[in-house]
Design a protein around this ligand. Structure first.
Ligand code: SAM
Length: 285
């Protein structure tokens, strides 16, 4: 019997393909098409609406960079908000920071959470049962525009700006973020593979730039987010956070007792250095 293959459809004329050794779950949820399959190279893989979301093999790269950069820059985040993040990897990494008192995660699709707990258990690794975790099933844009609570760090781990994720790249969402961010806090968001989605970086910079004093991007190469480096948006009114020196990051990293496989304080500092084509796009934007 020939092996089925999964062709990512994020880009109309190009994409990565996975042989599916086994499709363990597939459903059209209320919000999106969800498929989880096994692949010899990447282990168990989850995709939403034709776009690879996470794999067992490389998930740590993305989750460590999305969490430890803002949390170690902040240094004393007690309340954290996650938008999206249904696979649980962001929640797992946030809870490794012992001084965090509560994490609220706003995920639109309960089935993503349920199926990832079942088929990708190491992503959340029990985080959904942690008493500090408060899981809310809602549209992230509605939550942040209604919420009166303030958060020290907000992380938007959303799908791409299509389908349910589209609203998480709008000015209305960023206005909600601004009103939900505590004084001195920082917001980070996945902002696409910049070589192929350069427009997303430029648009986000404009929209965040009208709301926050300090907007930047940092980057990392995530193996299965194909096309080169992924950019992460950074927005804060506290300019000091971006400029935390290496020695401080190193001491916070040591004090946190984090066992990472990708993040290092040196990489943290270096990740804010961007290629010229991105700087040009931002300047010309
Ligand atoms: N790391 C992936 C990436 O960079 O593309 C994202 C992974 S995570 C699975 C994306 C999550 O965003 C999904 O669980 C999806 O259900 C959720 N999501 C999409 N739109 C949303 C919305 N408007 N509000 C809350 N969660 C949303």
């Amino acid at each position: 019997m020939s092996t089925l293959s999964y062709l990512e459809t994020l880009y109309p004329s190009w994409g990565q393909q996975f042989l599916m050794d086994e499709v363990v779950f597939e459903v059209k949820t209320e919000h999106q098409h969800l498929v989880i399959f096994k692949n010899a190279q990447w282990g168990t893989v989850m995709a939403l609406d034709g776009v690879i979301q996470t794999t067992e093999k490389d998930e740590f790269v993305y989750h460590e960079m999305m969490v430890h950069v803002p949390l170690l820059a902040h240094g004393n985040a007690k309340k954290v908000l996650i938008i999206g993040g249904g696979d649980g990897g962001i929640l797992r990494e946030v809870l490794k920071h012992q001084y965090v008192e509560s994490v609220t995660q706003v995920e639109i699709d309960q089935q993503v959470i349920d199926m990832c707990i079942t088929y990708l258990p190491n992503h959340s690794a029990g985080a959904y049962n942690n008493p500090k975790a408060n899981i809310v099933i809602d549209d992230g844009v509605e939550f942040v525009n209604r919420c009166t609570e303030k958060f020290d760090v907000i992380i938007s781990d959303s799908t791409d700006p299509m389908g349910p994720g589209e609203v998480l790249f709008t000015s209305r969402f960023y206005q909600g973020i601004q009103q939900s961010l505590a004084e001195g806090g920082v917001f980070v968001a996945q902002n696409g593979v910049s070589f192929l989605q350069t427009g997303e970086v430029v648009t986000t910079a404009k929209r965040l730039g009208s709301l926050f004093q300090d907007v930047h991007f940092y980057s990392s190469a995530i193996p299965t987010y194909v096309g080169g480096i992924m950019c992460f948006a950074w927005a804060s009114d506290n300019r000091a956070l971006l400029n935390v020196d290496l020695a401080t990051l190193e001491s916070r990293f040591a004090a946190a007792g984090l066992q990472t496989r990708f993040y290092t304080p040196q990489l943290h500092k270096g990740s804010f250095a961007l290629p010229q084509y991105i700087l040009d796009a931002l300047n010309n934007g």
